[in-house]
Design a protein. Structure first.
Length: 76
């Protein structure tokens, strides 16, 4: 009997969405200083859909470009 669910590959849209979720989770781990966990999440995301990671990077570039002085501001 063939198993369904985990063993079958998800459709491309789901793979892309899952890869993007993993990439965003990796950013959270990096922000927490948990690089090893972030690396694992990134590797999983790459196996699912590399283009999702490229989108995240593009989004970050756009966000940084919308307010280039954000990093220069002093807290408080």
């Amino acid at each position: 009997m063939a198993q369904q669910g985990k063993e079958s590959a998800p459709p491309d849209d789901n793979r892309h969405e899952r890869a993007r979720d993993l990439g965003e989770a990796a950013l959270g781990k990096l922000a927490e200083g948990r690089e090893a966990e972030a690396d694992q999440l990134i590797e999983k995301a790459k196996r699912l859909d590399k283009s999702a990671l490229k989108e995240i990077v593009e989004d970050l570039d756009e966000d940084a470009g919308s307010n280039p002085d954000a990093a220069k501001r002093a807290p408080g």
